[in-house]
Design a protein. Structure first.
Lengths: 120, 387
């Protein structure tokens, strides 16, 4: 489920936090996801990856991050699990291992996509 | 559509899927012929629809071991039914006893009234194997306890609670016992009157194999529930006061006619196939899955030891992996649909030590096969090897 626009109190409840990263002001939620995917930049992704312990983003990392973003902006939502695998040619298992934090807190977060906040 | 690919569906504790073809066919057939407002007019179709729905109230009443079909109340789901029940029974300054095994459909309404200072809430813990001790219920009941409300089976662990013993205690103490049978209705016989249960709340879209949007309550004749919603009922229209007559007292507005027909078709499917046979088949598969998961290094199954009775629901985690990622891998790489997270039962996960991320829940349904279990075990083995 994609996150919809939130009211100010709701955003506060979700732990809104503003940080300066790679020369930009970026607003995050309490779990470190960007509130606005437009605030993302490749430099921001590199900086966030470094914070997560990933010194270099490889070609495979960028394939995944770019696919996630392109799909999101073309379709207005994040790709389904099988669409990620089909679109990148990389299994979810490999993806989980590639990113510190795994798929959700690694790949999706570094791609600057909104927190899926599935009904957990 | 994702549903068109071959998915091994193991989220039946949320909603059983797929539905038996005959349930859908029967639902469409009956709704095509009787899909009008029941009991709202003096024309034949309306009266026929009302008659058919009354027949279904009798079926439901019998299915749950109730005694009065007019005390079968239809709702939209179990959460709706539980809200109707809880809000209709709450009295200021009384105590309510419940447990830490509950789903948010019970916890959140009770928490709300507790936070508002309207009731005092006593939540009983569960033991390491996932069961409530009936003696803990006995000890929690105070002179000002207005009711005890418990789940029949945990939606996280699948453990079936000792309801008959708890019912006997409640009956002896003169306190109504209300039972959330969301995870057991359709898998285990439920005998509410025999067990000393004053109300059951059920949903149609899980083990009863009906569609979403239909659920209900079965009340014993000695339980009086106030109306908390008001409106049209098809009777006493001259009066501005909502009717006190059951079932309309608790059914403001037109009921979900298609859903009720679907619920009835689901009950008939269960009756034709035998509730014991359905349960035995699912439990056999669940035991194979559980034993298999327990034998995979790096997989943690909760609780560590499990005793009967239980329904085919189990929780697990892979060491070092986020449960949501495990669920994504199972889905994206292996076509297995399982539910990650807290399963709307946060206190269960608190007590298991799996908060805040929870775990991955496998819950079986009537259409799972041995081959499904083999594939899940293969997938879990591959996933843990890759860690």
């Amino acid at each position: 489920m994609e996150r919809t626009a939130q009211t100010a109190p709701a955003r506060q409840e979700l732990g809104e936090r503003v940080r300066h990263i790679a020369g930009r002001e970026i607003t995050f939620d309490g779990e470190g996801f960007l509130w606005d995917p437009h605030q993302w930049s490749e430099d921001a992704a590199v900086a966030l990856a470094g914070e997560a312990g990933l010194k270099d983003l490889s070609k495979t990392h960028w394939t995944i991050l770019r696919f996630l973003r392109e799909y999101y902006f073309q379709n207005g939502r994040s790709p389904l699990n099988r669409q990620i695998k089909e679109g990148t040619g990389i299994s979810l298992m490999e993806m989980e291992a590639l990113f510190p934090g795994g798929i959700k807190y690694g790949a999706r977060r570094l791609a600057g996509l909104p927190n899926p906040r599935n009904c957990i | 559509m994702a549903a068109l690919r071959k998915t091994i569906y193991l989220d039946n504790a949320a909603t059983t899927f797929p539905k038996p073809r005959e349930v859908l066919d029967e639902m469409i057939e009956v709704y095509s012929n009787l899909g009008v407002s029941p009991g709202r007019g003096s024309y034949d179709l309306s009266m026929e629809a009302e008659g058919r729905i009354m027949d279904i109230r009798r079926e439901v009443c019998q299915f749950f071991g109730g005694s009065d079909p007019e005390r079968v109340i239809f709702s939209y789901n179990a959460t709706d039914a539980l809200n109707t029940l809880i809000q209709g029974l709450i009295r200021p300054d009384f105590r309510v006893v419940s447990s830490r095994l509950e789903h948010n459909s019970v916890l959140r309404p009770l928490h709300y009234f507790s936070q508002q200072g309207i009731i005092r809430l006593d939540l009983i813990p569960f033991g390491s194997e996932g069961f409530i001790d009936p003696m803990a219920v006995a000890e929690a009941i105070q002179p000002d306890t207005s009711f005890v409300i418990l789940t029949h089976a945990s939606n996280v662990l699948g453990t079936v609670q000792p309801v008959e013993r708890i019912g006997a205690i409640c009956r002896k103490r003169g306190v109504p016992l209300l039972l959330d049978v969301t995870q057991t209705a359709g898998l285990l016989p439920i005998r509410m009157e025999d067990w000393g249960v004053s109300a059951v709340a059920f949903t149609g879209h899980k083990c009863l194999l009906g569609p979403t949007g239909i659920g209900g309550l079965v009340l014993s004749p000695d339980l009086d529930v106030r109306a908390t919603r008001f409106g049209g009922t098809g009777r006493d229209s001259l009066s501005l006061v909502h009717t006190q007559v059951y079932p309309q007292r608790l059914e403001a507005g037109t009921v979900n006619v298609a859903g009720i027909f679907g619920l009835s078709a689901g009950l008939r499917y269960i009756s034709r196939n035998g509730i014991e046979r359905i349960y035995a088949n699912e439990l056999g598969l669940a035991k194979r899955l559980r034993d298999g998961l327990n034998s995979i290094k790096g997989v943690r199954v909760y609780p560590a030891t499990l005793h009967d009775p239980w329904v085919p629901i189990m929780l697990c985690n892979v060491d070092g992996m986020d449960p949501e990622d495990l669920s994504s891998i199972l889905d994206g790489d292996f076509g297995i649909a399982a539910r990650a997270g807290l399963h709307c039962a946060p206190l269960v996960h608190d007590d298991l030590g799996t908060s805040p991320k929870g775990g991955v829940r496998f819950s079986l349904g009537p259409f799972n096969t041995d081959e499904d279990i083999d594939k899940v075990l293969e997938a879990m083995t591959s996933t843990t090897r890759a860690k």
